[in-house]
Design a protein around this ligand. Sequence first.
Ligand code: ASP
Length: 347
Amino acid sequence: MPIVSRRDFLERSAALAAAGFVPRLPDALYDTPSPVTDAPVRARPCIVSSSNGIRGVKVAYDRIVGGEDPLDAVIAGVNIQELDPDDQSVGVGGFPNEEGVVQLDASCMHGPTKRAGSVAAIEDIATPSLVAKAVMDYTDHVMLVGAGAKKFAKAMGFKEQNLLTEKTRQDWLRWKARLNANDAWLDHDEDVRIKFSTGTINMNAVTATGDLASVTTTSGMAWKIPGRIGDSPIIGAGQYCDNLVGAAGSTGRGEANIKTCASFLIVEFMRQGLAPEAACLKVLERVVAMTETRLLNANGRPKFDLEFYAVAKDGRFGGATLYSGGRFAVCDEKGPRLEEAAFLYRR
Ligand code: ASP
């Protein structure tokens, strides 16, 4: 491959830009010294997660300080929510699609070995995070979807089960009944309004030697069109991890995340020297800039929320949301706790 010097590249880019072909990237993008290193480091072990991971961060932290692999640790952390029927954002009890079928998405990355795995729209398997890891461990692929993902899971020994709990089925029925006053489903006035809600768990780890891992698992957007997949199973959107830099993940409106490759971008901004929290905020600004008009309110702000979580290779961590009031879970030497997330807009 011909070697292009930085000067050649910039001159060529400028010429193309002048001719109207490509916008030239700001010089700062090239001039920022890269803080990354592949030398062994000593880091502060730390787990960062969405707030529903408050139990899981402790489990994952204890595992990494006990010497366990960071990806196994965070998957053990998110398994708690996947198997908890009361968490309606993930796994057993997760909100179904518009036809009442629970379809789950999950992905993971293992920093030390630079591998990734993912499953999308998988049905009847409670722990898609583990199926995503099995895709990573046992196949030459990164992503399996739908019926193929389920078939693979069964071949790997995962057990089929009904994921639709009675409570979640009742919520789905109420949503369905209230969808359209003129359809054949009778409304029940005593019913509370069921929101078009989202939820997910993302968890990221850094060990004492600076090894990183990330995982995200979800039932996705409630009442979605069958086959819809969100950001969670997309490597670089729902989560991303580069063992030289850090790991990041997301919860909230997946469609907004996907368009910005948000987790990848957070890690890239950390690579350029931003602290985790600053990197999350900078990507939220990008999300706003990429939001279509129909999703902006009268103040030009998004009508949805999106939450980011990030950890750097040295153990620094951060979380940020579009709107104030968000919290995220952390566990380090100070123990498990919820921290206030930084935000772009006060509610
Ligand atoms: N990000 C998930 C999705 O869009 C949902 C969520 O986190 O609330 O599928």
